[in-house]
Design a protein around this ligand. Structure first.
Ligand code: ITT
Length: 205
């Protein structure tokens, strides 16, 4: 019988974990996250870019666990707000991970800016790290616009406000499989899985 393949994701975000589970299932991996390892510390994300923060998370947890670790640093960048909330997406309104407050602040900041000026994109930087090896970084983006009020029940974070190009519904109004076919996270994972087999840190897995 072949051994089960398990991949450790350096995240505490349940919304991300649900998406990683679905996306990695397609590659035959079971996903573990930091929620399964409560003794591992919270990594301080004090980088100024998505990639810097993704490196901090993956490399710190890889060092502590001696395992291959993948991290995701992501967020929403709104054109008319000069790219905000950006790397501060999780704590835009002050309290880490409070999606309702973050969405309310975003709508307030945009005020009555008309639809055509509500352009935005989600960005995801993903890093695979293993102690002793140069980390592997990939990224993905999805473009769209910000709705005038929250719509839908699925997903997490800013999904209730994000309408991807080519659709007239938000990510939160779509089945998870549809978001996972076009999201920033899906694109970053696709790119990572293409590069992983030839990355030194993966050889010997
Ligand atoms: P970890 O650091 O533990 O992974 P986090 O939520 O703090 O969890 P980030 O620092 O990467 O993660 O912040 C990501 C935030 O960006 C997240 O909390 C959401 O507010 C937003 N975000 C990222 N991807 C999203 C998505 O697919 N849909 C909606 N919002 C998303």
């Amino acid at each position: 019988m072949s051994e089960e393949k398990v991949i450790l994701i350096a995240t505490h975000n349940k919304g991300k974990v649900a998406e990683f589970e679905q996306l990695f299932k397609g590659f035959g991996y079971r996903v573990e996250s930091l929620i399964d390892y409560p003794d591992l510390p919270d990594v301080i994300e004090n980088g100024s870019t998505f990639e810097e923060n993704a490196r901090l998370k993956a490399e710190e947890i890889a060092k502590l666990t001696k395992r291959l670790v993948i991290s995701d640093d992501s967020g929403l960048c709104v054109d008319s707000l000069a790219g905000q909330p950006g790397v501060l997406s999780a704590r835009y309104a002050g309290e880490h991970g409070n999606d309702a407050l973050n969405n309310a602040k975003l709508l307030a900041e945009l005020g009555d800016i008309p639809n055509l000026s509500r352009r935005a994109h989600f960005h995801c930087s993903m890093v695979a790290a293993r102690e002793g090896y140069e980390s592997l970084a990939t990224q993905g983006q999805v473009f769209g616009q910000i709705a005038s009020c929250p719509r839908g029940e699925a997903g997490f974070g800013y999904d209730v406000l994000f309408i991807p190009d080519g659709y007239d519904i938000t990510f939160a109004e779509m089945p998870a499989e549809d978001k996972n076919a076009l999201s920033h996270r899906a694109k970053a994972i696709m790119s990572l899985m293409e590069k992983l087999p030839t990355w030194e840190g993966f050889l010997g897995e």
